[in-house]
Design a protein around this ligand. Structure first.
Ligand code: PLP
Length: 220
């Protein structure tokens, strides 16, 4: 968490928030800053800006910052800055997000539905904790639920085993160390979330068997 935003103003510190993942509805609001109640001076944006359909990124700056940079003109840029093809795709993507109320779907339907099911994964013997914000979720794997201990094996060893099993079960659940992460499409339906959870549970069961068989179910 970034701390109290008032402090940034109080001490004249610029707050830059990376919205590359948590922007454009991922957390159930347009920007993750709204979800955690902070007001950054600068936001970096990409990915969700075009839903990944065209390569485009950018920085959003507040007037206070823009007025310093803009001495007559807001001078900045790269060769392909503001490229019309990528910009057109991004604009169309934003129009669809608004018209089809995709952010509201994450906030009111898909997010709450996944949250209930996702947090129940914490009951699995291999899972130490489950975390979720909107449609961005993770579970930490552990060899000891009570203490949430790390594995004796190098970080990521068990996560990789689990990830491989997930991919084999047609579930894109990646790993960061021994934490498993999902970031499903914003338009996912409750029925599809049921499929996601079924595959995740099956994958965890299989991963549990495999890491025990491989002698990896050992705390550090
Ligand atoms: C992908 C990603 C980036 C990198 O963005 P680039 O446009 O490739 O520089 C930065 N931050 C987060 C959180 C990301 O997911």
């Amino acid at each position: 968490m970034a701390g109290n935003p008032a402090d940034y103003d109080k001490y004249g510190i610029l707050l830059i928030a990376d919205k590359v993942i948590c922007g454009f509805g991922r957390t159930g609001n347009w920007f993750g800053s709204q979800t955690v109640g902070i007001t950054p001076h600068i936001m970096t944006i990409a990915k969700g800006l075009s839903s990944g359909y065209a390569p485009i990124g950018g920085s959003v700056v507040c007037d206070e910052v823009a007025n310093v940079i803009a001495q007559g003109e807001f001078n900045h840029g790269y060769t392909y800055s503001g490229h019309p093809v990528a910009a057109a795709v991004a604009l169309e993507n934003l129009r669809i997000l608004e018209d089809e109320k995709v952010v509201e779907h994450v906030r009111d339907v898909a997010g709450p539905y996944l949250k209930k099911k996702w947090e129940a994964l914490a009951d699995h013997p291999l899972v130490g904790e489950a975390k979720i914000s909107g449609l961005m979720a993770s579970i930490a794997l552990t060899p000891n639920k009570a203490t949430r201990a790390k594995f004796a094996a190098e970080a990521g060893t068990v996560g990789w085993v689990c990830r491989d099993i997930c991919f084999g079960n047609d579930l894109i659940m990646r790993h960061v160390g021994d934490r498993m992460i999902v970031s499903p499409p914003l338009v996912i339906t409750p029925e599809e979330i049921d499929i996601l959870i079924e595959r995740a549970t099956r994958s965890l069961d299989q991963a549990f068997d495999k890491i025990k068989a491989q002698g990896l179910y050992v705390a550090a």
